[in-house]
Design a protein around this ligand. Structure first.
Ligand code: AMP
Ligand code: MG
Length: 406
């Protein structure tokens, strides 16, 4: 049995080449840029006023009040204004070019219009360059403004629009397939017989993928039958990544591992010291990756977040795709038998002066109903058997942590 850290290293060193594609810039939200995007012009493109006021020469207004002749105006989109001479002021709006000759803009609040609008009285001095954003002060033409590897959010979309990038190169999305295994499974729209249950894992995993911006081909339920598994696995291997749930434990009818061997997949690990999720299997065939996740619903959910997410995230170009971690105070004593790193469900909130970790009263790794009360997991180190109330523990946030409410 390998540790969680060793499993992550194995995953890391078995990543296939990432794909790159070109998409319209508006569709690049959430993707990772695969090229360096450079400024196609200086921004601002001219000396830009950052306030409404009067462009002046600072030397003219050193000893206020000072009266200056209004020599014109500069408004955003109203053309490039004329040159300002000593003794003059030019009304200048936010976002408008500052006239040549002026070296500052005095804000409108420090100006009084007099003489029927012919003059302005400046009430306070102003420092050189005040309220002016110089040409190229935000970006110089040719500078890299978004480096390859940068994830696209709303601000990045704005930058692409600013520089006229209609299309951008981003890392591609891996094609993912999912199927569920188990003789006891029926679909959500079927009535289970007394010995059956509905397949929930496939839908849970598909929605976990969706939170990563990925879609999966769902290949259905496969019986605990070697031949059927073999056929479905071959279909799944046409995608880049195949995720299977169930059938990886040591039971009489857990055939997934056997079929991996039948199909000559290279099994890279098949048991991890994690709780829940010990029987997780990871295999590859060429550049195709296959995950065999345990069938217990919470085991499947947690092992997806711990092992599948980092792989898919890196294939999508992310440098650090793991779920974010932080620390918080445990609100109850917790015990476990040592030997495996446990990821236990909890409700984590900010209270008073820090994050508080309220462990869920759940029944087992099968209890997906109980798990709906969690917004995070906390980590129970594998060499410990007791975590005491008040102890600071490590938290792994669930992907929708910031939008979940109670
Ligand atoms: P297995 O990993 O196949 O031994 O399954 C472990 C437990 O998870 C059993 O109680 C299964 O009935 C249950 N299980 C397996 N697959 C699913 C699924 N797709 N949806 C819900 N429960 C499942
Ligand atoms: Mg099974």
């Amino acid at each position: 049995m390998i540790s969680v850290e060793e499993a992550l290293e194995i995953l890391q060193s078995n990543l296939p080449e990432r794909k790159v594609e070109c998409v319209p810039f508006q569709e690049s939200l959430g993707r990772v840029i695969a090229e360096n995007l450079k400024a196609t012009s200086d921004i601002p493109p001219f000396y830009r006023s950052s306030m409404d006021g009067y462009a002046v020469l600072t030397a003219d207004v050193e000893n206020p009040p000072v009266e200056l002749r209004i020599a014109g105006e500069s408004r955003a989109g109203g053309g490039i204004p004329g040159i300002l001479k000593s003794g003059e002021a030019i009304a200048t709006m936010t976002g408008a070019p500052v006239p040549e000759g002026a070296d500052a803009v005095q804000v409108i609040e420090q100006c009084e219009i007099i003489d029927g609008g012919r003059k302005v009285r400046i009430l306070m001095p102003v420092k050189p360059h005040e309220n002016i954003a110089p040409r190229g002060s935000e970006a110089k033409a040719g500078n890299v403004v978004l480096a390859a590897g940068h994830r696209v959010g709303p601000a990045e979309i704005a930058v692409m629009a600013t520089f006229g990038y209609g299309e951008v190169k981003v890392y591609g999305k891996p094609a993912v397939a999912i199927f569920a295994t188990g003789d006891e499974l029926v679909e959500f729209d079927q009535m289970p017989e007394p010995d059956q249950i509905r397949n929930s894992n496939a839908y849970c995993l598909a929605s976990q993928l969706r939170l990563m911006g990925l879609e999966a081909d769902y290949l259905g339920i496969v019986r605990d039958d070697r031949e059927e598994l073999r056929r479905k696995m071959l279909a799944g291997l046409e995608r880049d990544v195949l995720i299977i749930t169930g059938g990886v434990s040591m039971g009489e009818y857990d055939f997934v591992r056997d079929v991996f061997q039948d199909l000559e997949l290279e099994i890279l690990f098949s048991k991890v010291a994690i709780k829940p999720g010990k029987p997780t299997v990871f295999a590859r065939r060429g550049n195709k990756l296959v995950f065999g996740l345990p069938g217990n619903p919470i085991s499947a959910l947690i092992t997806f977040e711990c092992f599948v997410r980092p792989v898919l995230g890196r294939l999508c170009g992310a440098a650090n795709p793991e779920l974010p971690r932080m620390k918080g105070e445990l609100l109850a004593d917790m015990r476990q038998s040592p030997g495996r790193t446990a990821f236990l469900p909890a409700w984590v909130t900010w209270q008073d002066d820090g994050w508080k970790v309220d462990p869920l009263r759940w029944k087992s790794s099968a209890d997906i109903i109980g798990f709906t009360g969690a917004n995070a997991t906390f980590i129970f180190p594998k060499n410990r058997d007791l975590l005491s109330r008040g102890e600071i523990v490590e938290i792994m946030l669930l992907p929708d942590f910031f939008v979940r409410q109670k």
